[in-house]
Design a protein around this ligand. Structure first.
Ligand code: EZ4
Ligand code: CO
Length: 405
């Protein structure tokens, strides 16, 4: 089953998405998500100019060989641009294989390990009261776990919270440059424990609670925050520190029993190797899109399982519904699945372009069996939403020093 054509689409139904479509000689096609938020066009060029010409005429059934060819064969390995491009190709090939076998992709991975996919949603707000109101609504809706992010008093712009009633995820109008936000570690550290204290006082300990530090702390600061949050029994603390130097997590680990989650910006198993082997983390959050596809993510999940580490895939809205559906299959299979980040089913614009059928019931996602990934991309609808250059914000300390966003 030879690959006849590879098309690359960029559209912006509310935000930018890069989509790959692989078409085979017999007409079967598969789709993959190649979205790299804020650097979309680099992946488009990588796919169109450097990958597509090599794959025309190759056998679409040889997923592993194509993955090795694109990874080892490029000489230049790893990196988010390369791995998002490979990830989309790999995802599309699994979609094709499922359609060809007339089986959902999770069956090809080894079958179901569970009936539904447990998720954690987001409760954000500008005040603790607003966050807790949103948390209460989500508990009523049946969520089993929720991530809490709250604006910090006297800090202009905080990760994960609203900015002028607009989520930072949305396109920044016609502003051509990254918006800038302020950061103060001391104000943050003095404030966040109170958010979780009040959440536990009001809603008890049955609901799972998480928090994303977004890599703003140093190891010893993260260790202190972990200790301060211990009484509130978090499901996990995410991205407590940057992980280019994984040994930083040893410091955090040696001081606190708060479970740690890392990995949404990892692009290979090698990024996670030391963290996993040393058992410094509890959840690995690498997404199928950014981690190079289903093929390497399966290896990462199996490797993590040997060290009692569970998966908690990144589920931000900058991953397209194709990645979301690939995660559905992956999560139904993975024996060491932990929890899936979930921010809702998206806007009417998004659902105009991407077609999929998933249901949320009592905090778990369910889907009907369909061949392949069970998601489709409407090329015509996508034309209504042209690409708009857009950036994530950057962070600066109060004195102007550039910090981790
Ligand atoms: O900020 O995906 O856990 N989720 C996150 C995300 C990231 C965005 C960056 O594009 O940290 O919200
Ligand atoms: Co995160």
């Amino acid at each position: 089953m030879k690959i006849k054509d590879i098309k690359v689409f960029i559209c912006s139904p509310g935000r930018n998405f890069v989509t790959v479509k692989i078409i085979t000689e017999n007409g079967t096609y598969g789709i993959g998500d190649a979205t790299l938020n804020g650097r979309e066009m680099a992946v488009v060029a990588y796919l169109q100019e450097h990958i597509a010409p090599c794959l025309i005429g190759k056998d679409a059934q040889q997923i592993e060989d194509i993955w090795q060819y694109l990874y080892k064969g490029a000489y230049w390995r790893k990196g988010p641009v390369t791995m998002a491009a490979i990830g989309a190709i790999d995802t599309a090939l699994w979609d094709i294989k499922g359609k060809q076998a007339n089986l959902p992709v999770y069956q090809l991975l080894g079958g179901r390990s569970r009936s539904g996919v447990t998720v954690y949603g987001h409760a954000n707000g500008e005040t603790i009261e607003e966050v807790l109101t949103n948390l209460g609504t989500m508990i009523d809706e049946g969520y089993k776990a929720v991530r809490l992010q709250c604006s910090i008093p006297n800090v202009k712009g905080t990760y994960g919270t609203m900015e002028g009633k607009k989520n930072y995820y949305e396109l920044q109008g016609n502003r051509p440059l990254p918006p800038e936000q302020e950061w103060s570690t001391s104000k943050y550290m003095n404030f966040v424990p109170e958010l979780f204290k009040q959440a536990r006082e009001r809603f008890g300990f049955d609901i799972g609670l998480c928090h994303d530090v977004h890599s703003r702390l140093t190891p010893i600061e993260a260790a202190r925050l972990g200790k301060l949050l211990e009484p509130y029994n978090l499901l996990f603390l995410e991205d407590a520190v940057t992980s280019e130097n994984p040994e930083g997590y040893q410091i955090v680990r040696e001081h606190t029993v708060v479970p740690l989650a890392v990995g949404e910006i990892f692009t290979t198993v090698w990024d996670a190797k030391v963290l996993i082997e040393k058992q410094w983390i509890d959840y690995i959050r690498t997404a199928i899109t950014h981690g190079g596809g289903i093929t390497p993510l399966k290896k990462l999940a199996d490797f993590a399982a040997m060290y009692h580490i569970r998966t908690a895939p990144h589920g931000a809205p900058d991953l397209s519904p194709i990645c979301f559906m690939a995660h559905m299959h992956f999560n139904l299979w993975a024996p060491n699945f932990g929890i899936q980040e979930f921010i809702g089913f998206g806007t009417p614009e998004l659902n105009d372009v991407f077609k999929y059928d998933v249901e949320l019931k009592e905090g778990l996602l369910y889907m009907q069996d369909k061949p392949g990934l069970g998601v489709d991309f409407d090329e015509e609808a996508a034309k209504k939403y042209p690409y708009k250059r857009s950036y994530l914000p950057v962070s600066r300390l109060e004195d102007g020093t550039l910090w981790n966003w």
